[in-house]
Design a protein around this ligand. Structure first.
Ligand SMILES: Nc1ncnc2c1ncn2[C@@H]1O[C@H](COP(=O)(O)OP(=O)(O)OP(=O)(O)O)[C@@H](O)[C@H]1O
Length: 260
């Protein structure tokens, strides 16, 4: 469904953020991208939808190669990739409903979007999604009245209303407390399962990733160091990705939290 071929990103500064990354993600698979700061996780996610332009390599989404596309075709392909951000990226002065509907901007024409007149079917779908994430009663609230967890739920609805094939998720829990982080990760993974939707989740919290995803990719210095199921992330493997650390503590702490 998604295939990266020899993806390279070298920034103008000379930083080689990605060194020939090959990766295949089948339909419906949720994977976590872990690795130390500067490993290239955000760059990888952003090269897929070309918020960052890859230097070399190919990105295949189903049968379309994205790196070669011109602006119009890229805009159409981006509808198939929903993005969820760490800082939510909501329009604060707009309502929850308007923020969710803004996920349809790639589909409605210029005037409709300018006047914010969305088809009734979009409004109905926005209500269904808000209901699914437990926010239907807040549809008319302004985004700036919401908590962090509620904002991220709105961000999730906005990505899903695009009806994407793939979710690109960049540190969805970095601004949230541990309990809300867990709820948000669970929600993202449940929604992907319900919709047979693939997702790549850039996440710092290894324990949280292990709890919810089917596959973990460990990135180190722009290259894939580990690719496997969460339970294969042993302390030894974590050391190859991150360097020396007492990983037993991390893993154990998480197991006891989950039991609680
Ligand atoms: N706009 C940019 N210009 C120049 N270099 C950049 C730019 N963005 C990222 N880099 C460099 O590319 C490398 C990878 O950065 P990236 O942000 O992708 O890593 P990351 O794994 O997401 O890190 P973090 O977990 O801290 O967000 C780093 O060396 C970083 O300094």
């Amino acid at each position: 469904m998604l295939r990266l071929e020899k993806l390279v990103k070298t920034y103008k500064t000379g930083d080689q953020a990605l060194k020939s990354v090959d990766l295949e993600v089948p339909k419906g698979q949720v994977l976590a991208l872990i690795g130390p700061s500067g490993a290239g996780k955000s760059t990888l996610i952003r090269c897929i939808n070309r918020l960052v332009e890859p230097t070399e390599g190919k990105v295949w989404l189903a049968d379309t190669e994205l790196v070669r596309l011109g602006a119009g075709a890229l805009r159409r392909e981006r509808r198939r990739m929903g993005m969820i951000f760490q800082e939510y990226a909501l329009v604060e002065r707009l309502t929850v409903m308007e923020n969710v509907l803004s996920g349809r901007l790639g589909y409605v024409g210029f005037w409709r979007s300018f006047l914010r007149r969305y088809p009734q079917s979009d409004v109905d779908e926005a209500f269904r999604l808000l209901d699914r994430v437990g926010l239907a009663h807040m549809a008319d609230k302004r985004a700036d009245e919401l908590s962090g967890g509620q904002r991220q739920r709105v961000g999730i609805c906005r990505a899903l209303i695009q009806d994407p094939m793939l979710l690109l998720v960049d540190e969805p829990t970095a601004s949230l407390d541990p309990k809300t982080s867990r709820q948000i990760m669970r929600l993202i993974c449940e929604l992907c399962a319900e919709r047979d939707l693939a997702a790549i989740i850039n996440i710092h919290d290894v324990a949280l990733a292990q709890m919810f995803v089917q596959r973990v990719i460990g990135l180190r210095a722009g290259a894939i160091e580990f690719d496997g199921p969460p339970d294969a992330l042993t302390p030894e493997v974590l050391t190859t990705i991150y360097g020396e650390e007492d990983w037993h503590q991390t893993i154990k702490k998480d197991e006891s939290e989950e039991a609680a």
